[in-house]
Structure formats: structure tokens, C-alpha cells
Design a protein around this ligand. Structure first.
Ligand SMILES: [Zn+2]
Length: 589
């Protein structure tokens, strides 16, 4: 077996080389040069040639900035204990903040420009149209500059401070581990505690959840009050001042989605919730439990201890891509062959995994820690999937090649589906098959159903707070949301009334969570089409991915012949989940 690879960052900058300094200086110079346009713009409308020149200059300096900040991020990720990396990161961050301020005038000018003048300038710029339009899309919701300034300033000590307070309070929480195996009574973090909800022992799972919500519940009234205030702030700013029609409309705008698309998504998710109820009943029966408790949602069937060496792992993942399309395999292999894949475990290495696509036309960088567990194979398929996506989108400019949030997880999640399909095809042992299907359905529940119901709760909560609801009333509404979600398939104990105050997303980024449901169900629905159409489907998906972030998500899906994103589209996704469930039943018979 060959050694687990590391990446070679020398391809960007050689450590300590002077090139970093000269590039940072060059960035300053280009920033200053670009800033000269500010006076020019005051004199009047630029010609089309001048406008193109401006955009080109801006893109060039953005590329250099991405190289520098990208290198700093990767250098830091490979060893977060490296003081030199920390120093470089701080230096680059500061430079980027300065640069951002220096360039801001362009965005403001472009956004404020009259409709007819903007249309005139946009005529010759079809290759940048979406980016230019997106910048102007916030025009109806933008206030006068002096008002924007006041909001920014007051946010520092107002809204942002409030959310920082939530983080400070909850990040300090430590959890008791009495009765939890292998912890010898020490106090642990939330991540460490949550490992136990996947324990094979029912008592351990219950104890872990009870401890989590004991701690959150103690502060429930305070955290709830923080939430109420954040929700009021959201309404005052976005509805009253910025003229959005509804609290969630702010997020739809950021995702560039039509409200109807999200409404149909959530509607279908709600209608299909009983499918997961059925899964949970089956899970209870398989585990020999009378009725599943909320504590048992992630209970495992088997402890999965198989270990796959790295070479075999890569072979599996590449084989999965290859079966779909040799081109996919080739693009994934670029990352490995060009020494842009860091998989070797190392002290100080950043946890988790990511794919970093710096610039169009450059092979992306992937970081993960390979320990040979099955989950690591899925992580590899996921991150390399991201890398395939951005390489396919390489013909777009720097501002449009990254997929926007709703489509950002398409290739990554699809890659996981391909791998799951391959592994299922190889597993003969019934229990191992059932175990894998349990995993897939657990994931489907956590990403599709659970997140959709969070989003539904947020919509309700924002309405309730507007009408003066108390924290207890919000907690009651959350319990109703859970009983809607689980029906009578799962027993929910009372401490779960505090679950919502433990979800950072709903504090930090209201309505963000539906993006998870969107991304996962989109891929299931695409998978459905692949099952039906076989190889005819391949160019359609490739087409979708090649569009990167160069158009609104709905349009990208439709123009690739894969939409429209209506109720029947989303239902197609649930049909895949129903198939997995049917397969599981068959396997357990
Ligand atoms: Zn991802």
C-alpha cells in the first residue's frame, strides 16, 4: 500500500518565500490603481470599453486576492498549531478587509445606477450578466447610505452582540458524563456528548440527550429571550425598513430562489413525513424496542468496524465515479494526481473536510483525514464531488464559477449516492446490507425531514413573536412541530421542548436550514431521473454542473432538462427514499 497522500502547497507558494510579500504588495498596487475609477465615475457614465476594463481589472485583482487568501487558509488548515500560518492568516485577513473597503465604491455605484444606464452598460457584458444583476438585485431593499451606516454601526453593539452573547453562553456549556461509558466522570463538550446518541445501548442514548437538554433547558428562558429579540430585529429591519414581504423572503433573495419553489419543497417534505414514521417503526421492531423514543433515532444496527486501506478506498470512490462517467473519474483523479489531496492524518490538522476551489481553470484542493472507516470513503466521494463540480464550471469567470448555495452540494451529494450504490451492489451479507440502508435512511431523515421541520418552525416562530408570543409558547409550538413530524411513530419526552434553542443556525442565519433539505432532495430527485434514464441522464447532470453559479438555481436546473422544481420534482426525491425503505423491509424479511 502506498502512503496516504498529503498535498503539496509549494504549487501555490513556497513556505517563507518572498513571493508572498511581493504578491501582497502587488495587490496593494492593483487596489490603488482600481480606486482611481472612483473619481472617473464621478465625472459621468463610463463608456462600454471603460466598463469592461473596470470589470477585468476587478477580476484580476480578485484572482490574486483569492490566491493569497486561499494559500493562507490551506497553509493554516494543514497545521492549525503553526504560528507562522496563524500570522500569515492574520496578515492576509487584514489586507483583505482593507481591500474590501477600498473596492466597495464599485458595488455601491453599480447598485445605485439608474435602470436604463445599467441596462446600457450590461449590453456588452453577457459573460458577466448574472453577477452584475445579482449585485443590483438588492437595490429595492437598500436604504440611503447614511441609513446603512447607522444600521451597520448599531448592529455591532446590537444584533451582532446579541448573537455573540448566545455563542458565548452556549460555547461555555460542559456536560456531565455520569453513566456514560468510557468517560470516567469528566465534563465534555457538546460534540463529545453527542457521540453517545449513536450508542448501541438505549440507556446511554437517553442519558446523553437528557444531559444535553438539562443544560440548555436551564438557560431556556434566557436563550429563548435572545431568540425573540433577534427575530424582532429581523422583522424591524427587513420588513419595516427594507420592504421584504416576509421574514423568509430575505433568505430566498440571498439564495436567488422563487418563494414558490421553497414552499413546494416544504409542502412535499411535510406530506411525506409519515414515510420516516414508517422507517422509525421498522427501526423499533428491528432493535427490539416497543416504540422508538426520540432518543433512539440514531441508534445503530451494527457497530461498523471494517477498515479499508487508502488505496482500496480511492479505488472504490473512483470506481463509483467511473461507472457514472469516465470524465467524472478523470476530474476526481486530477486532484489526487496533482498532489492537491491532503488525506494523511496529522497532529494539528484541521478537523472535518473541505474542497477549496480557488479559481476557474485551477485544480481544486481537498482536505480530509483518512482513517479507513466507511464514513471516510463517503467524505472522500463528497469532497471530490465538489472538486468535479468546480472543474466542470471552469469556463465561467471568477465571480460566477462557484455554484450558489442551493446547488452547491449537488455534485458532492450525488458522489455519495454513487458510492452508496456501488457499496450496496457489493454487500451480500443481509445484516450488513440492512445496516447500510439504515445509515442511508438516517441521513435522509436528518438532512431532509429534520431540517425541513426546523424551517417550518422558524416560519411559525417568526409569526408568533410578531404577535407577542412568550418563550414558553414558542417551546409549546416546537413540541407541536415535533408531533407533526413524528406522528405517533416516536415518543417524544418533554425535555425536547428546548431543542430549538440549541440550534445555532436559527440564531445566526435565519431560514438557512431549508438549503439542506433543498440540496439533498434535489439530488434524490436527480437520482430518480438517473435510475429511469440511465446514460441519457449523464449529459444533463454534467450540463447542470458546468453552469456553476452563472444563473438562478431554478433556471440552471430547468435549462439542463432536469426541472421544473415543482411538487412532482420533490416527490421524485421522496420516491427514492421510499425505495430505500422498501429495500430495507425486503432485506429484513
Ligand atoms: Zn459539501
Amino acid at each position: 500500500m502506498s502512503e496516504i497522500p498529503n498535498w503539496n502547497l509549494d504549487q501555490l507558494y513556497v513556505e517563507d518565500s518572498d513571493k508572498i510579500n511581493t504578491d501582497l504588495e502587488a495587490l496593494d498596487e492593483r487596489g490603488e490603481k482600481f480606486a482611481r475609477w472612483r473619481d472617473k465615475l464621478k465625472e459621468g457614465l463610463p463608456t462600454s470599453d471603460e466598463f469592461r476594463q473596470m470589470v477585468t481589472e476587478l477580476e484580476d485583482l480578485t484572482k490574486l486576492a483569492h490566491h493569497l487568501s486561499g494559500y493562507a487558509a490551506l497553509y493554516f488548515a494543514q497545521n492549525t498549531q503553526n504560528q507562522k500560518a496563524l500570522a500569515l492568516m492574520a496578515r492576509v485577513d487584514e489586507k483583505m478587509a482593507d481591500l474590501g473597503n477600498e473596492l466597495l465604491f464599485f458595488e455601491i455605484w453599480w447598485k445605485e445606477l439608474d435602470e436604463d444606464k445599467a441596462a446600457e452598460l450590461m449590453k456588452g457584458m453577457s459573460d458577466y450578466r448574472y453577477w452584475l444583476e445579482r449585485t443590483r438585485a438588492y437595490r429595492p431593499h437598500t436604504l440611503a447610505e447614511s441609513q446603512e451606516k447607522v444600521i451597520n454601526l448599531k448592529n455591532i453593539t446590537g444584533h451582532d452582540a446579541l448573537i455573540a452573547l448566545y455563542d458565548s453562553i452556549t460555547n461555555r456549556y460542559r456536560y456531565k458524563t455520569e453513566g456514560l461509558p468510557g468517560e470516567d466522570g469528566r465534563e465534555v463538550t457538546r460534540d463529545e456528548l453527542m457521540v453517545h446518541v449513536r450508542s448501541a445501548e438505549a440507556g446511554v442514548r437517553a442519558a446523553a440527550y437528557q444531559e444535553l437538554y438539562r443544560v440548555y433547558g436551564q438557560d431556556g428562558p434566557i436563550l429563548g429571550q435572545i431568540y425573540q429579540t433577534a427575530v424582532r430585529d429581523w422583522r424591524i429591519e427587513n420588513i419595516r425598513l427594507r420592504n421584504y414581504v416576509a421574514p423568509a423572503a430575505v433568505r430566498h433573495k440571498a439564495n436567488d430562489l422563487r418563494p414558490e419553489t421553497v414552499e413546494s419543497l416544504l409542502k412535499v417534505a411535510k406530506t411525506n413525513a409519515p414515510l420516516f414514521g414508517e422507517f422509525f417503526r421498522l427501526k423499533a421492531a428491528t432493535l427490539g424496542l416497543g416504540k422508538l423514543r426520540r432518543y433512539d433515532i440514531y441508534a445503530p444496527l451494527l457497530a461498523d468496524e471494517s477498515v479499508v486501506n487508502f488505496d482500496d478506498g480511492v479505488k472504490e470512490v473512483m470506481g463509483a465515479f467511473d461507472k457514472f462517467s469516465p470524465r467524472f473519474k478523470e476530474l476526481a483523479e486530477n486532484i489526487v494526481k496533482e498532489d492537491r489531496f491532503s488525506a494523511r492524518p496529522a497532529a494539528g490538522k484541521q478537523g472535518g473536510a473541505f474542497c477549496y476551489s480557488m479559481l476557474p481553470g485551477e485544480t481544486p484542493w481537498v482536505l480530509m483525514t483518512y482513517n479507513g472507516r466507511r464514513q471516510d470513503l463517503f467524505t472522500m466521494a463528497h469532497e471530490l464531488g465538489h472538486g468535479i463540480h468546480s472543474q466542470l464550471a471552469a469556463r465561467h469567470n471568477t465571480f460566477e464559477f462557484h455554484a450558489t448555495l442551493p446547488l452547491a452540494e449537488t455534485a458532492s451529494t450525488f458522489g455519495e449516492m454513487l458510492l452508496a450504490d456501488r457499496i450496496m451492489g457489493q454487500l451480500e451479507n443481509k445484516r450488513a446490507r440492512a445496516n447500510m440502508l439504515f445509515h442511508l435512511l438516517d441521513d435522509a431523515y436528518a438532512t431532509v425531514c429534520r431540517q425541513a421541520f426546523f424551517a417550518m418552525f422558524e416560519i411559525t416562530a417568526h409569526e408568533m413573536v410578531e404577535k407577542g408570543a412568550t418563550v414558553d409558547e414558542l417551546a409549546d409550538a416546537y413540541m407541536l412541530n415535533l408531533s407533526d413530524q413524528f406522528g405517533d411513530a416516536v415518543e417524544i419526552s418533554d425535555e425536547f421542548r428546548w431543542e430549538w434553542v440549541s440550534i445555532p443556525h436559527i440564531f445566526h442565519t435565519p431560514f438557512y436550514v431549508y438549503a439542506y433539505t433543498f440540496g439533498q432532495l434535489l439530488v434524490y430527485s436527480l437520482w430518480r431521473q438517473y435510475q429511469k434514464d440511465g446514460d441519457d441522464f449523464v449529459p444533463r447532470l454534467t450540463g447542470l454542473l458546468s453552469k456553476g453559479g452563472s444563473a438562478p438555481p431554478e433556471l440552471i436546473v430547468e435549462e439542463s432538462g432536469l426541472g421544473p422544481l415543482d411538487e412532482s420534482f420533490w416527490q421524485g426525491g421522496f420516491d427514492v427514499i421510499a425505495d430505500l425503505l422498501a429495500e430495507l423491509k425486503k432485506t429484513l424479511d
